[in-house]
Design a binder for this molecule. Sequence first.
Ligand SMILES: C=C1C[C@]23C[C@@]1(O)CC[C@H]2[C@@]12CC[C@H](O)[C@@](C)(C(=O)O1)[C@H]2[C@@H]3C(=O)O
Ligand SMILES: O=C(O)CCC(=O)C(=O)O
Ligand SMILES: [Fe+2]
Length: 329
Amino acid sequence: MVVSSQTTLQNSSHIFKTCNIPVIDMLDPQAKFHITKACQEFGFLKVVNHGIPNETMTNLEGDAAKFFNLPQCEKNKVCPANPFGYGNKRIGSNGDVGWVEYLLFTTNSEIVSEKSVSIPGNSQLFWSSLNEYVTAVRNMACLVLEKIADGLTIEPKNVLSRLLRDQKSDSCFRLNYYPPCTELEALSGGNGNLIGFGEHTDPQVISVIRSNNTTGLQISLRDGTWVSVPPDQYSFFIIVGDSLQVMTNGRFRGVKHRVLANSLKARLSMIYFGGPPLNEKIAPLSSLMEEGEESLYKEFTWHEYKKSAYKTRLSDHRLGLFEKKIEVS
Ligand SMILES: C=C1C[C@]23C[C@@]1(O)CC[C@H]2[C@@]12CC[C@H](O)[C@@](C)(C(=O)O1)[C@H]2[C@@H]3C(=O)O
Ligand SMILES: O=C(O)CCC(=O)C(=O)O
Ligand SMILES: [Fe+2]
């Protein structure tokens, strides 16, 4: 595993610390061990040599940029996000706001449904680049999950990836556009940190982020410090979600992350959130549990967790409601 070096990143007028983010070469025969270690330590990693053609990413990026650059009145024709559709500054339905516009789509194991959100313009091309991208990224997410099963020496190898491949997989896909903010200093109250997308963990199993070459993404380390992730348009970033934290009984951690707005450049990110079918029980994998080990979590289905999660604010500790209280004698 290569570890990206520690340095500083300039975001508009501010300098942020970056950290040693694990970089996984998917062609490395040891990748399964490196991925597993990164999920335990950070809940976050970068994937290189993933085999997804650059064109698959740039085609969708181009189509998404075309959409976000349309006049506001055109974008407003898309159904307002609830949760699927077009959103502008408001995130979710519980009062969160950010310097971001987005399109949120539902997807199962096959396609991103055109019925969920209708896009103005030459939408046929948009849907074909969207579906090509999501298919490629889902396959890569499944490969990562298979390497995790291998790294943890659990059987069967598809114990995690089957959730994303299931026809009823409740996954979603998001295009986030963070316009450059010319009044960043004023809007941030003078501290230069304007929230694009507030701190949160992702509720699903695994998320895959690809962005253009604009800074903004930050992750929180175990000690609570925020570090900037240097952008890399050719690679993917993997995020461990709350559900994978539960399935590994806390061995992996769902990483807190956020995006800060930039005063000079637009950030465009595309995120696949791999989720299980609604009726799937989310519980520690039996093949992983050691003798006498107890689950740290109450039993729940993905449907129950999602219903509860969507009532929370972004920064809430969503898993808190499902953690078992440890008896102190
Ligand atoms: C404030 C919210 C937005 C969110 C639903 C929620 O009530 C809490 C979780 C949020 C989140 C974070 C990861 C993904 O971006 C997302 C689509 C998801 O599944 O959970 C968003 C939700 C959203 O934007 O609707
Ligand atoms: O836009 C990004 O880079 C990350 C956004 C994010 O974390 C999310 O949409 O859940
Ligand atoms: Fe996220």
